[in-house]
Write a protein that binds this ligand. Structure first.
Ligand SMILES: [Zn+2]
Length: 124
């Protein structure tokens, strides 16, 4: 059984994590917005090296991929926080078994127990 204290600690960790993720996504948005402007200006015709263009595109793709990744984690964090409200936090969403405390400490937004998680991964 997860104690109230431990749950509170995990909830605080998730809230901190959410704040951090939102900040990081915000920073990426700023970078991407600046790059977007840069590319628009560039269309105006001031000469630039082709090599720079290629690396800019690469950088941009990297940021977009990173942002997507952060958003996926943010979704999971939000979902886990919602489960605190529902009172189902720490229960496997597949088999309803309690997720072991060590797993929650390693991954506070885990939705599945290790058994169901590995089954899920087999399907992919
Ligand atoms: Zn399970």
């Amino acid at each position: 059984m997860v104690s109230v204290n431990e749950e509170q600690t995990l909830k605080e960790r998730l809230e901190r994590e959410r704040k951090q993720l939102l900040e990081e996504i915000g920073q990426l948005d700023e970078i991407l917005a600046q790059q977007g402007e840069y590319h628009e200006v560039e269309g105006g015709g001031v000469s630039n090296h082709m090599a720079d263009d290629a690396s800019d595109t690469f950088e941009q793709e990297k940021y977009v991929a990173l942002r997507r990744n952060l958003e996926r984690i943010l979704d999971q964090v939000n979902h886990a926080l919602h489960k605190f409200e529902l009172g189902t936090y720490g229960l496997c969403e597949n088999c309803n078994e309690r997720i072991p405390q060590e797993r929650l400490e390693a991954l506070p937004y885990a939705n599945l127990c290790i058994k169901c998680q590995s089954k899920e991964e087999d399907h992919r």
